[in-house]
Design a protein around this ligand. Structure first.
Ligand code: ATP
Length: 289
């Protein structure tokens, strides 16, 4: 096998709580992660020259050593003394710097792809261990589905899969830095913690309405005042038939969950006309990655 094409799915957070901070600066989290249909496409091609190269259809993204795809490939090439080189082509569809783990899921796809392309025979756990050295969300992206993520993101427990549910992704015309948002959270005196255990129970019960009531994201206390569009978009989604709507990750992307695909598409039309969003993407939650 000389080449391989993989989908790299984005995620949303149905819940995100921060419990504290380790001495090394990493935050201790309790997050409910959910794979969504929105995905990038990662193509890997072996080549004879001894270098790892990359191209991307989004000119705004770095394609050098800073890109997580290149970092992931170099990691496995070095660790397993792989010979020859690799060309990576990335079709970027997940909004960037948007709280959807875009870079992490691309890196996860590269790790999984190289494992297959070079017959490395690495287990999911081994791939996750490698992934964690590059980013806290990468172990989850290797696994996908509905999961509780604890520790700094590396302690993962699969949850009963959320049934496929219509979803709308809307990103305001601004990106935010995950690191800066977590840092700003540290200077908040107090905030209300979401009921993550209640959320897990609602997921197990398959009760979308209860799930939406239990959704919560502490990072919204920081990002929402910085990006007023978030609350406006959330309100429009709720007024146009969403069962629930919330910011994902460090934001500023807002997602809405809907009972009906028709209502979701109608809401997408309304939102697209507001001028509040850079992108409005219809999709659905996915049971596996
Ligand atoms: P998370 O949800 O994990 O906090 P995010 O979705 O908010 O991440 P990304 O889309 O991963 O953020 O982008 C964060 C930064 O990472 C970008 O500013 C970008 O320059 C850099 N980056 C490196 N590699 C990639 C990649 N393959 N795709 C997207 N961004 C990348």
């Amino acid at each position: 096998m000389n080449e391989l094409s993989l989908k790299a799915h984005g995620k949303i957070n149905l819940g995100l709580d921060v419990l504290g901070r380790r001495e090394d600066g990493y935050h201790l989290v309790r997050m409910i992660m959910q794979t969504v249909s929105v995905h990038d496409r990662v193509k890997l091609q072996k080549k004879d020259t001894n270098d790892i190269t990359m191209s991307c259809d989004d000119a705004a993204l770095p394609t050098g050593d800073d890109n997580l795809c290149i970092k992931a490939a170099k990691l496995l090439f070095d660790a397993y003394h792989l010979s020859g080189g690799l060309d990576i082509s990335l079709e970027k569809r997940i909004p960037v710097a948007a709280g959807m783990a875009g870079g992490s899921t691309d890196a996860a796809a590269v790790l999984k792809g190289i494992n297959t392309l070079y017959d490395l025979g690495l287990s999911v756990e081994q791939l996750q261990k490698h992934g964690l050295t590059l980013g806290a969300d990468i172990p989850y992206c290797i696994m996908g589905g509905t999961a509780l993520s604890e520790g700094i993101g590396e302690v993962l427990s699969p949850l009963s899969p959320m049934p496929q549910t219509p979803l709308l992704i809307a990103k305001p015309k601004i990106g935010v830095s995950t690191g800066a948002i977590y840092k700003a959270l540290d200077s908040l005196e107090s905030y209300e913690h979401p009921d993550i255990d209640g959320l897990i129970a609602a997921i197990s019960a398959g009760d979308l309405e209860l799930l939406c009531q239990k959704m919560g994201n502490v990072l919204a206390y920081v990002t929402e005042p910085m990006v007023p569009e978030i609350e406006k978009i959330r309100k429009i989604m709720m007024e146009n038939g969403a069962t629930g709507a919330m910011m994902t990750g460090s934001g500023p992307t807002v997602f809405g969950l809907f009972e009906s695909e028709t209502v979701m598409h109608a809401c997408a039309d309304v939102l697209s006309k507001t001028g509040l969003c850079e992108t409005v993407i219809p999709g659905y939650t996915k049971e596996t990655s």
